[in-house]
Design a protein around this ligand. Structure first.
Ligand code: TRP
Length: 447
């Protein structure tokens, strides 16, 4: 067997893992949820849950992956301790792989819309606004299909190139560009009339906004945003060297992911208030009237109100969003592709082509049945499957895996970890508290 690929450097891994975490969940999902859930209060609850729940769950995935050095199915099998837990591990692994593939199928549709808006901005800048508007018309099947195909081809071509030449190289190039573009846009938006009201709503919390629904939304948002439950982080962990300290790397990824979400909010929330100031939408009692249509409705309107420069700003913004989506989608596709290359004779290129085509075909089925399938698949995967898989992974680490093996894996790359709080608390935390808290929030969401 050929030797297994590894990330060539710590920063390469951090870029890739942060690239997986940072995506439409941060730039579209987080600001939208913040706007719909009372602003700053949501931001605070989100930050608490990201560190209290998502960070420990991320550690579980990274530690399993790096120890077992394999895809989710093979990893869970290899740390199981008897025929029953092996069967359970196999089941959970396949559930994770299916969930990752389904998430990619709707994620690619949304990303296709973003590519459509990018094409619109490009053609408009080149003086062909009518052709452009057709591309961004999300009720037009041909435009949706074109966006989907372009996005899936980009995703597949990166994954076909492997870990260092594909995932690591592209994430390391694209992520810093994203940060730069985001900062420039924030600078621009903050000079506009109305932006200061947005800053206020975003930064000054009203604690009376906090309720169980808000907590459940924040938890789901944190799990989605950190790519948890489906083995994406587990597989990335399997390409990480034993020299690296997992708790530190995991904390860095958590911080960077939360930081980009906060930055995206700093762009989008003031932009909403600028749009309100210009009479393009309404804010009643601090609640934005518009909801999920935010990016696809409000922002293009905002850009077009900027005059000639607007289509250039739109071009930059949708390029930024495409980049963020791409470094996330590659982590989803790597989940089934790593399973196929490790458990079948298929080469990476063949596996990528076959699996990518299947996912694109399924996404096309969703596109043809938007009304019935789109929200259904999103709820099935992100609302139900991700938290359940998170619980399953915590249980595997806490209850199935031999404690000595777990502790030895934690020590790799982390000298002196035995004297830290992480060492004392984390194993018990994922064994008891994490699953209990996730199940509690999950139970509440079903009420
Ligand atoms: N975290 C990414 C985002 O915020 C999306 C993502 C990438 C993801 N890989 C995942 C979500 C795996 C769930 C599972 O957009």
């Amino acid at each position: 067997m050929a030797s297994r690929e590894q990330f060539s450097s710590r920063s390469g891994f951090i870029m890739a893992a942060a690239g997986s975490a940072i995506g439409l969940g941060n730039i579209w999902g987080f600001p939208t949820q913040t706007a719909n859930n009372g602003g700053a209060a949501f931001v605070m609850v989100y930050l608490v849950l990201a560190f209290l729940l998502a960070y420990p769950a991320l550690m579980a995935e990274l530690i399993i992956g790096r120890h077992a050095r394999a895809n989710m199915v093979t990893s869970l099998r290899s740390i199981s301790t008897g025929p029953l837990s092996r069967l359970l591990g196999t089941g959970i692994g396949f559930y994770g792989v299916m969930t990752a593939s389904l998430i990619l199928s709707f994620y690619a549709i949304v990303s296709g819309w973003i590519i459509g808006h990018f094409g619109d901005a490009l053609l408009t800048t080149l003086g062909m606004p009518d052709a452009g508007h057709t591309l961004s018309d999300d009720s037009n099947f041909n435009s949706n299909f074109l966006g989907l195909i372009v996005f899936m081809c980009l995703t597949m071509s990166i994954i076909a190139s492997g870990v260092t030449d594909g995932i690591e190289k592209w994430s390391s190039r694209l992520m810093p560009m994203l940060l730069l573009l985001l900062t420039l846009l924030i600078g621009y938006v903050l000079t506009q009339d109305g932006a200061s009201d947005g800053l206020q709503a975003y930064l000054i919390p009203d604690f009376s906004d906090i309720n169980p629904d808000l907590v459940v939304s924040a938890m789901g948002q944190a799990f989605f945003s950190m790519s948890l439950g489906v083995g994406a982080m587990l597989v990335y962990g399997s390409y990480l060297s034993d020299q690296e300290s997992l708790p530190k790397i995991g904390a860095t990824v958590t911080l960077v992911d939360a930081g980009i979400a906060i930055l995206a909010g700093l762009l989008i929330i003031p932009a909403i208030y600028v749009a309100a100031h210009n009479g393009q939408l309404e804010i009643i009692d601090g609640q934005v009237q518009g909801g999920p249509g935010l990016i696809f409705g409000v922002l293009p309107a905002l850009f077009s109100s900027m005059g000639a420069i607007g289509s250039v700003v739109a071009l930059v913004f949708f390029a930024l969003l495409t980049i963020a989506a791409l470094t996330s989608s590659i982590s989803m596709l790597e989940v089934p592709v790593s399973l196929a290359t490790e458990e079948t004779p298929a080469s990476r290129k063949t596996a990528t082509l076959i699996i990518g085509t299947l996912i694109t075909a399924f996404a096309t089925v969703i596109l043809l049945n938007m009304g019935t399938l789109f929200d259904f698949i999103i709820n099935l995967t992100t609302v139900y499957s991700q938290p359940l898989l998170g619980v399953a992974l915590c249980i595997f680490v806490g209850w199935v895996w031999h404690r000595n093996d777990l502790l030895t894996s934690m020590q790799a790359g982390s000298d002196g970890i035995e004297n830290t709080l992480f060492w004392t608390i984390w194993p018990l935390y994922v064994q008891y508290l994490c699953p209990a808290l996730i199940l509690l929030a999950f139970y509440q969401s079903l009420q």
